[in-house]
Design a binder for this molecule. Structure first.
Ligand code: GDP
Ligand code: MG
Length: 597
């Protein structure tokens, strides 16, 4: 089709508002995917995603749609739906001319939707509002349309009423995409510039790169150059994504496609990088490229020391497909050999952890996540410290800075009080409160990232009965009065349990943590003191009383199969334990500091 018949668009929606369901219907209605080959949700094809109902990785799909006898090519570029991946969202928006704004008409606008709408507006996208789930009895599409008009100032008088589930309004959406979203500009004569908006590692062909040609053309066999990584390759294969990948010889400005060029790791073909020709380089790369900066770090240790090489192999393999995952070896006397790993956020961390365990069969101990502190030392050096046990001694440091985020919470007005308390508890600095409608407010806080890592999101949900949503972005570093809280078990310093906390909270955290550890650590054959210390000073202590641990005494007499079962259960229980000195410490203890209330 000519460039005037191409439309590139994405779907913006809050989690659970129906993005995947709608995408599926669009694919079905355009005959891109036949109903019988349809998996539950075509676009989210990672198991983990489906289980968690989140969209992690971007993908694209090309659809053919005929309107008034004219054939159009519609490229849907999928966006991930979680704050940890907002950089990827911004790059996929940059590859489009328009966006469907899908809002659950029985709910309303949420924080994540808003954040993405603003990103879309910054990228000058044409936005088509879609009120989804109108089949639900509680749907109020007109109220929600008004809400969007008030908050975003977007004209919603022609918002499309849709039920993705029942297939209502789908043709209207396809027509609106053609009529409202502008076609790409014609720049095929210019030097090649293509924006990478996704990539994944294929063990047979190397990295598959998804891109939007912004200027120029790309041909099969071209020698290409990646402007941020500085690497060059031959484009062995280029193609488009229909229900499957389909090879083509050439792609022009405005088109969306994929390429394979024997690239060894996604870190060499990063989202946001610009592809140009090696022999005719573009003067300037496309705007918006950012390095992946891990915000959260934790230690990963195999329960069984023999699994260390397997853990390293698994991390290397995962990294081929995850440019944001960082790791380096770490060892401690308590934990033995493992890795210090960096992640974009907590969800990213959980995903990696879960994949290591499920796909690579590893049994791991994960230590509590830490943010990256900036330590200004007496000798004038500035250190980045993401491992509390390596924080320089008080005498060696002048002051510590910690990362701050700006968070926006959207909530029905009855939960303003509980959420303000949450903000206060977490050392938040209140910035603003605005009523966005009569019943809903937006609360803005500046808050240490460290206070958000952990159960902040869970707390937000539970204190608002599930009705509030949030969004955050890093704003920079600030000086804080921080101290290191150490934990000793049975007189031994347990490095992985060390945390960095605010001076004013140290005592209460010390007390709560020792108490919690007492609950979590199984009693031993001897008495075990558990102490929290700042430097040499003990600020809280508990003690585990001794017990004679003999599970078999519980089965009276001879049932051998029952006995075996119990022994097996005990062995499984052990799997997630780490022996610290003479004491077995379970996985939960390493995360205890995150859940103290
Ligand atoms: P996503 O998180 O935005 O991708 O949302 P999903 O497409 O996974 O949908 C979330 C839930 O809403 C699923 O249980 C869907 O079946 C349901 N859902 C999606 N669209 C509709 C709709 O139009 N009507 C109703 N009643 N439910 C819908
Ligand atoms: Mg989804």
């Amino acid at each position: 089709v000519p460039i005037s018949n191409i439309r590139n668009f994405c779907i913006i929606a809050h989690i659970d508002h129906g993005k995947s369901t709608l995408a599926d219907k669009l694919l079905q209605m355009t005959g891109t995917v036949q109903k019988r080959e349809m998996k539950e949700q075509f676009l989210d094809n990672m198991d983990l995603e489906r289980e968690r109902g989140i969209t992690i990785k971007l993908q694209a799909a090309r659809m053919r749609f005929v309107l008034e006898k004219e054939p159009y090519c519609l490229n849907l570029i999928d966006t991930p739906g979680h704050v940890d991946f907002s950089y990827e969202v911004s790059r996929s928006l940059a590859a489009c001319e328009g966006a469907l704004l899908v809002v659950d008409a029985s709910q309303g606008v949420e924080a994540q939707t808003l954040a993405n709408v603003y990103l879309a507006l910054e990228n000058n996208l044409e936005i088509i509002p879609v009120m989804n789930k109108i089949d639900l009895p509680g749907a109020e599409p007109d109220r929600v349309s008004k809400e969007i008009e008030e908050i975003v100032g977007l004209d919603c008088s022609n918002a499309i009423h849709c039920s993705a589930k029942e297939g209502v309004g789908i043709t209207e959406i396809l027509s609106a995409i053609v009529k409202k979203i502008p076609p790409p500009q014609y720049t095929a004569e210019m030097p090649l510039r293509a924006l990478i908006f996704d990539s994944y590692y294929d063990p047979y062909r190397g990295v598959i790169v998804y891109f939007r040609v912004v200027d120029g053309t790309i041909k099969k066999g071209d020698r290409i150059y990646f402007m941020a990584s500085g690497k060059d390759y031959f484009a062995d294969e280029i193609g488009v994504m229909s229900s499957n990948q389909m090879q083509v010889d050439e792609l022009y400005a405005g088109e969306v496609g994929y390429l394979a060029a024997s690239i060894r790791s996604v870190a060499d073909a990063r989202v946001g990088d610009t592809i140009t020709h090696f022999g005719r380089k573009a003067n300037e790369s496309l705007p918006g490229y950012e390095e992946a900066t891990p915000m959260v770090f934790c230690g990963l240790f195999p329960v069984d020391a023999d699994q260390f090489p397997d853990l390293r192999d698994a991390l290397e393999k995962l990294q081929l497909n995850d440019a944001a995952l960082k790791f380096e070896p770490e060892s401690s006397s308590a934990m033995g050999f493992g890795f210090r790993c960096g992640f974009l956020g907590l969800l990213h961390m959980e995903i990696v952890q879960e994949r290591l365990e499920r796909e690579y069969n590893l049994s791991l101990i994960t230590t509590a996540p830490s943010v990256v502190y900036r330590v200004n030392c007496v000798n004038g050096d500035t250190l980045e410290c993401s491992n509390p046990s390596l924080l320089p001694e008080p005498g060696k440091r002048r002051f510590i800075e910690e990362p701050y985020v700006k968070i926006e919470m959207l909530t029905p007005k009855e939960y303003i009080g509980p959420l303000m308390e949450l903000g206060q508890d977490r050392r938040g600095e209140f910035k603003e409160m605005n009523y966005i409608t009569e019943n809903r407010a937006s609360l803005i806080y500046l808050l240490p990232l460290a206070e958000m890592v952990g159960d902040f999101f869970d707390q937000l949900k539970s204190r608002s009965k599930g009705y509030a949503s949030m969004e955050y972005s890093l704003v920079g570093y600030r000086e804080s009065e921080l101290v290191r809280l150490d934990i000793q078990i049975n007189g031994e310093l347990v490095e992985p349990l060390a945390t960095i906390v605010h001076k004013d909270k140290a005592y209460s955290i010390g007390r709560a943590l020792t108490k919690k550890l007492k609950e979590l650590i199984p009693r031993q054959m001897f008495k075990v003191p558990i102490q929290a210390c700042i430097g040499a000073k003990v600020i809280a202590s508990e003690s585990l009383s001794a017990i004679r641990k003999d599970v078999l005494s519980k089965c009276y007499g001879g049932d051998i199969s029952r006995k075996k079962k119990l022994l097996k259960k005990q062995a499984e229980g052990k799997k997630r334990m780490k022996a610290i000195g003479k004491v077995d410490v379970p996985q939960e203890a390493f995360m205890a500091v995150l859940r103290l209330e």
